[in-house]
Design a protein around this ligand. Sequence first.
Ligand code: SF4
Ligand code: SF4
Length: 383
Amino acid sequence: MNNRPDVVIVPCADYAPERVRGALEELIARAGGLDWVRPGMRIGIKANLVSAMAPETAATTHPALIDALASMLLARGADPVVGDSPGGLYNAAHLNKVYAVSGMDKTCARLNRDFSTRAVDLPEARVCKTATVTGWLADCDGIINFAKLKSHGMMGLSAAAKNLFGSIPGTMKPEYHFRFPNPADFAGMLVDLDEYWKPQLHLVDAVLAMEGNGPTAGSPKALGCLLAGENPHRIDLLCAALIGLNPATVPTLRAAQARGLCPERLDGLRVDGPWQGLVAQDFAIITQRNGLQFQNAMGGGKRGALYSRLLARTLAARPGVEKAECVGCRKCEQVCPAKAITMRSGKPVIRRAACIRCFCCQEFCPKGAMKVRRPPLARLLAR
Ligand code: SF4
Ligand code: SF4
């Protein structure tokens, strides 16, 4: 065990280039530095480029941060490449649009244009032993995971751990939702991916986070900080605290804790930097009530598992369309991996029995018309 902190946090009030550069240099230096980067190394910067959305929407990692990081890597003689595989087609036409709208094409990082895929084995995995991944990331000599802090319909939180789902080609993501329909299994798959890639460094952009109907249709919320560390789950534990999210409701944290990768409680973290003053008092989160939460309360064994499944089904959040905001574009119908959506009179109708609550429809609705809704009983219990 080294003496490094689990998480470093530094304030960064906005994306002014000079401020970003200073904050990022301080953050990375305190998290261990970049001495592992050698001249000629190809360093993959795995940004969050969830969709073709402008930086001010807070859906993607901000280009000022990517630019500052890439210039630090260039100064060391490395070859920084930025990329991601958002949902949808994984090809040049789609990614060119994402790069342009998100501002990545204005940074000094090279844009990934290798859209090959690769079948890999994950021998150490607990849940996902084989996967098809993006070739560009596999070909890098080192990886820096640069995530965005957002609320998330399915996982509660999108930060460091969730970001590596972008190593799965966009066209194949629905298949993974279908392979792992249970949030606990899906989270286990994400932890497997994190362990497989093991980036040298994880960074989180929480200067402008996203609250509410995340990860694409929420609202920007200023948190004014950046986080770094070597372990994505420990960073995420602090991220949950910053936005007032109960870590027990975050499936990736539960999966990581079960594997001994993350402490149960915040006081088990070694944090470098005063973070208490950065906690958002009124951050709009999506409260999930899933089987994980009930497992403990119901005890172990088959009966506990059965009750927890029943409770989860009764209380779990589900997607629902806000008809007045829906323009009938059919995107939700096209992305639904369970084929649970059909269009009637120009609006989507969800077949509840078929829905696996992956929230792809919510994530990819271009109008934010698909919402995460909690059943009345769940709302009552949450009071
Ligand atoms: S993706 Fe959104 S706007 Fe398009 S049909 Fe579905 S709910 Fe309506
Ligand atoms: S309706 Fe939405 S949440 Fe349900 S399976 Fe389809 S995409 Fe996933």
